[in-house]
Design a protein around this ligand. Structure first.
Ligand SMILES: [Ca+2]
Length: 389
């Protein structure tokens, strides 16, 4: 059980909770996350009883001799160091001692420059994705409750969670397909897909609220979402689907929350699996990278104007090396920065694991002996019955 003992004008709450082993731990609830407070000198309980508007917390801790009072001043994490161009969010696995804890890593120049704790959220909340849901930065985080389907956005600014807001609840038969800006208002939106019907629904998000929804249409479930990018060269966030039986690739152009066109790109053997969408051929581009499940080879497909313009080998890396993801580097280094943001968001969403992101589909993709990647350049016909809208 837990007990609250104090609150300040910022809504920060302190208190204490009991653990099975006996004794108490203090806690601070701030910006939607819990932080445990254990006095480093304590050999027994720590409890927090009050917090003032300056963030100073008072309480007591127990050592072998007696109870002692403590005064703790909360210091926020420092802002990202100069040279930071990307952030990475990690979450402690539920099976670990860090269950539900979140950490942020500032990355630049191909190195981790700093890392900080963001706090702790209940273990029934799963990471869904990152994006620009509030303000101008793109590191805000959406979590989803695995029992209820509720979405919650956590604003992250300068390495600190500054706010948390409930977005609403969507039935768990709607799974996260990915994040991109589908209505071109610079804020990241969320695409959900119904796992029974294959229907796609966009949720527009602006300043921590769902401001609109739009049903895009239904595509047969043998077509899986690979990723999002500016495949049409119109500056949009288009959707790339792949047929899990044939390996066929289809682009759906999306503008103003509607599918405005569809184009069949060709077929690639299913021994070539989705690796990512990234500006491989140049800044601002949305190119598709596939990897061979047998050889570890990477192949990049340059996509422009809804067509594959070339296919180039990136070389092979041994299969002992599993793909983490692709990110734009530098993230704002080109004029097409909004596309870069969408791609970065997409790349980060891939870290989400089972609940969403492009990576979710990889586990279910059936593997079969396939054709060489060059086959994609030869136009292939495909049965249209299973896809709409
Ligand atoms: Ca948007």
């Amino acid at each position: 059980m837990a007990a609250t003992a104090g609150i300040n004008a910022s809504g920060q709450i302190v208190g204490y909770y009991y653990q099975d082993t006996g004794g108490t731990h203090g806690f601070l609830y701030s910006g939607g996350t819990y932080t445990t407070i254990d006095d480093p000198l304590a050999t027994g309980s720590t409890s927090a009883f009050g917090i003032n508007d300056m963030g100073q917390i008072v309480g007591y801790y127990q050592n072998a001799i007696a109870l002692h009072g403590f005064l703790l001043t909360i210091t926020p994490n420092p802002p990202p160091p100069a040279g930071t161009t990307a952030d990475m969010i990690l979450r402690g696995a539920n099976s670990s001692a860090y269950a539900g804890q979140y950490e942020i890593y500032d990355i630049g120049n191909n190195a981790i420059l700093a890392g900080y704790s963001l706090g702790q959220v209940g273990t029934d909340w799963q990471f869904a994705g990152l994006g620009g849901f509030f303000g101008s930065d793109t590191t805000d985080m959406i979590l989803r409750n695995t029992n209820t389907g509720t979405f919650e956005v956590y604003d992250i600014s300068n390495n600190n969670i500054t706010n948390a807001a409930a977005l609403g609840t969507v039935g768990l038969n709607w799974q996260v397909a990915g994040f991109a800006d589908f209505n071109h208002d610079t804020m990241t939106d969320m695409m959900l897909r119904n796992n029974s019907t294959g229907g796609f629904e966009v949720y527009n998000i602006s300043n921590n609220q769902i401001t609109g929804t739009a049903f895009l249409g239904t595509v047969g479930l043998d077509w899986q979402v690979e990723g999002f990018g500016n495949f049409s060269s119109l500056g949009e966030s288009d959707m790339l689907l792949r047929n899990s039986n044939t390996g066929g690739l289809e682009v759906y152009d999306i503008a103003n929350n509607q599918i405005t066109g569809a184009a069949f790109l060709g077929t690639v053997g299913l021994d070539w699996q989705f690796a990512g969408v990234a500006p491989v051929s140049g800044a601002g581009r949305s190119d598709l990278v596939l990897r061979n499940v047998n050889s570890g080879a990477f192949e990049v497909y340059d996509i422009a104007n809804n067509a594959i313009t070339s296919a180039v080998s990136l070389g092979a890396v041994g299969l002992d090396w599993q793909l983490g993801g692709f990110a734009v580097d530098p993230p704002t280094g080109s004029a097409a920065s909004m596309d870069d943001v969408a791609q970065l968001v997409q790349a980060m969403a891939g870290f989400g694991g089972g609940s969403g992101g492009a990576g979710a589909d990889l586990a279910t993709a059936a593997l079969a002996a396939g054709t060489s990647p060059q086959d994609v350049l030869t136009a292939a016909s495909i049965d249209d019955d299973s896809r709409g809208p």
